[in-house]
Design a protein around this ligand. Structure first.
Ligand SMILES: Nc1ncnc2c1ncn2[C@@H]1O[C@H](COP(=O)(O)OP(=O)(O)OP(=O)(O)O)[C@@H](O)[C@H]1O
Ligand SMILES: Nc1ncnc2c1ncn2[C@@H]1O[C@H](COP(=O)(O)OP(=O)(O)OP(=O)(O)O)[C@@H](O)[C@H]1O
Ligand SMILES: [Mg+2]
Ligand SMILES: [Mg+2]
Lengths: 227, 227
């Protein structure tokens, strides 16, 4: 599903050069459930942005479902992302002038879903995440954890083949965090490939494989036995 | 230091009314170290915004260091906040067009600190938080946890009497989170009153008193024995 080879990313401006990712080689098979941990600044979000087709690598290759993404122009890059990937951003990235409902509906536009169907599905997913009373609130009228759940709803809504979630429980109390993880586990049982970044070990333990990053490299890669 | 009586906050727009805080009565003495936990949406940030003089209550009273804040006009409200309180926002709230260094320096302007002194102190605090190589990066050139640490630096820089921190370790790996907590404990030993919201119990256990919130009320208030 995901095959990266020597994937590297260096950010550089006039003032500095930051080698955020230093040549990562990694295979993730369809249906896997992977957690990524590592110190702040170790390159986790950078890696997720490359996997999520939100950015281009400086070096190395990325085959997504067999397709070499470096051959795609920007439009095809975006189209592939919208079709295959649901992304939960570390900073949520909701549109501040749209309500929770409209933020989620918007991400269904690309899939060409009809209006009534979009509304119905968006209400379902937001309800699943406990937000049925907050559909018409704007991001600044929602708590941190409510905003995070809207971001999660937006990622799930198109039933993507891959979910990439960057700290999806960072703003949630433990109980709500566990509810999110059982939703992810259910989606994974139905075949969705899941890669999530987390700094909490009890969250990481809901996955079946834990990668540890440090200074732009993967320093550990461990299958975990499921109870 | 903090005395609130029947403090309430209801958000209402044309479309809805949300009673986010339903009458909280609470005393926090100078030098206390308090943690606040509770489900997503239970009113923690709302309470912190009222304590931090970032918002006004719908009902009830707030005495800060003996002063009834309801008597203050908006300018005096802001001036008291800048003098007494260091606030770490759940969403960091950094200015996107200023570097890490300038974001921190800016919050020293109100205190009337001289330019060289501001620069020197800002570099010190950012270095203490591990950001010495990121001083001149903008928020979009920093990782989530680096942005959170800039927000923390900004709250500490004026040596405030009270630190209010809303999920200050939410975006940090466990190791960095523990480093932040030892900094807070050191400040508390020096007399700073600290109130922090967290959903992680091992972080809450660095405090000496844990308040639990649910549905806009405090439902538990427990001193914890320190080892
Ligand atoms: N400006 C607003 N207008 C309307 N409702 C609001 C507004 N701000 C917050 N709320 C609502 O008030 C309730 C309490 O919000 P608050 O941000 O205090 O929760 P919280 O405990 O900090 O949650 P979290 O743990 O998710 O950050 C939530 O249900 C939220 O939807
Ligand atoms: N646009 C950018 N320009 C320059 N440097 C950047 C940029 N984005 C990220 N960086 C740097 O690259 C490194 C890796 O960042 P990244 O966001 O991937 O870390 P992370 O592992 O997600 O950290 P966190 O756990 O704090 O979210 C960091 O040191 C960061 O300062
Ligand atoms: Mg990150
Ligand atoms: Mg909050």
């Amino acid at each position: 599903m995901i095959k990266i080879n020597n994937l590297s990313k260096t950010y550089s401006t006039g003032a500095f050069t930051v080698p955020a990712l230093k040549g990562i080689t990694l295979d993730i098979a369809p249906g896997e459930f992977v957690a990524i941990t590592g110190a702040s600044g170790s390159g986790k979000s950078t890696m997720m942005n490359l996997l999520g087709l939100l950015d281009r690598p400086s070096e190395g290759s990325y085959l997504l479902d067999g397709m070499d993404v470096s051959n795609l122009n920007d439009d095809d890059y975006a189209r592939l992302r919208n079709r295959k990937i649901g992304f939960v951003f570390q900073a949520f990235n909701l549109l501040p002038r749209l309500t929770a409902l409209k933020n989620v509906e918007l991400s269904m536009l690309y899939a060409g879903t009809k209006h009534e169907e979009r509304r119905k599905r968006a209400v379902e997913v937001l309800t699943l995440l406990g937000l049925e009373d907050r559909l018409h609130h704007f991001p600044n009228e929602l708590s941190g954890g409510q905003n995070q759940r809207v971001a999660i709803a937006r990622a799930l809504i198109n039933n993507p083949a891959i979910i990439l979630a960057d700290e999806p429980t960072g703003a949630l109390d433990s109980q709500t965090g566990l509810e999110i993880m059982s939703i992810f586990q259910e989606l994974n049982r139905q075949g969705t490939t899941i890669v999530l970044v987390t700094h909490e070990l009890n969250i990481a333990r809901h996955s079946r494989r834990i990668l540890r990053m440090a200074d732009g490299l993967i320093i550990n890669d461990e299958e975990i036995a499921r109870p």
